[in-house]
Design a binder for this molecule. Structure first.
Ligand code: HPA
Length: 282
């Protein structure tokens, strides 16, 4: 698969196309944020084990299924990817981005990419949500290394607006109308799986990060490269190392993501239909 990422993604896309048309919007749901998939009306559920090239997903809090359904009885269809693979599990970058490429080749136009993240910006609080305006890829890896395949995208993709400003603006406006604060900030993606040291967090703050996590950046690079319009949302589940008193652990991350669930769902259940409508007019 790593040898021919296009062929693998095309196989998955063909498999999906044989089972139904692609929604305009797909969503990658991070740790503790899978509830959106459970709220879709008329759901059609595919296990990752059945979709060509979709790895079994091992991290707890990730279910490993693709749910296609409507956002509300009259809402637009979306494809929700509940569960993702991470570099820290030992997967090659091409495998980490296989699902997002498959979504694009199936026919999706935009991807909402969500994650649980630590707050680096000292004004943030656990439970806050942040629209990702930009990222720092500090993993030392890039999913586009190796031979370029023009069928996926160009050799040197421009990253100056990888997070789509128009679609982000729709989410920010939705949050404003809901009276629910939504930060706008920079996500630093690190390899993990150890959490950061306090010194690393001080460094990240100085170089402009507002939040830190172990996912997202490769999916965004590959998704943008193959033509998906990207929207990113972080759920701040904890203050990053050295900024809070609590010890960091994955159970806390999932617990806080669960507490933030009503706000997260409200934002997306109202924001995604608007994003879908904007894509329909584009
Ligand atoms: N650091 C890295 N990844 C994370 C964190 C964190 O503090 N919280 C949730 N994911």
């Amino acid at each position: 698969m790593v040898d021919d990422p296009y062929a693998m993604a095309a196989r998955a896309a063909d498999w999906l196309r044989a089972r139904g048309p692609a929604p305009r919007v797909c969503a990658v749901l991070g740790s503790g944020l899978g509830a959106l998939a459970e709220r879709l009306s008329d759901p059609v559920v595919f296990s990752y084990a059945d979709i060509p090239g979709f790895a079994d997903v091992s991290v707890t809090g990730h279910a490993g299924r693709l749910v296609v359904g409507r956002l509300g009885p009259d809402g637009p269809p979306i494809a929700a990817l509940a569960g993702r693979v991470h570099l820290y599990e030992g997967h090659a970058p091409a495998r980490v981005v296989h699902a997002i490429r498959a979504m694009r080749l199936w026919g999706a136009q935009a991807a909402l990419i969500t994650n649980a993240a630590g707050g680096v910006n000292p004004t943030y609080r656990p439970g806050d949500l942040m629209a990702i305006a930009d990222h720092l890829n500090l993993t030392g890896q890039n999913p586009l290394t190796g031979p370029d395949d023009e069928r996926l995208g160009p050799r040197f993709p421009d990253m100056s607006a990888a997070y789509d400003p128009e679609l982000r603006g729709i989410l920010l406006a939705t949050a404003r109308e809901q009276g629910a604060p939504l930060h706008e900030g920079v996500y630093a993606g690190l390899l993990g799986p150890s959490y950061e040291t306090p010194a690393e967090i001080r460094m990240l703050g100085r170089v402009g990060a507002d939040a830190v996590g172990m996912s997202t950046v490769h999916e965004v690079i590959a998704g943008h490269h193959c033509g998906l319009r990207i929207v990113g949302v972080s759920c701040i589940t904890n203050m990053a190392a050295g900024l809070g008193n609590a010890q960091l652990n994955h159970d806390e991350v999932k617990d806080v993501a669960t507490q933030a669930r009503p706000r997260f769902l409200a934002l997306l259940e109202e924001g995604l239909p608007r994003i879908d409508a904007a894509l329909a007019c584009a």
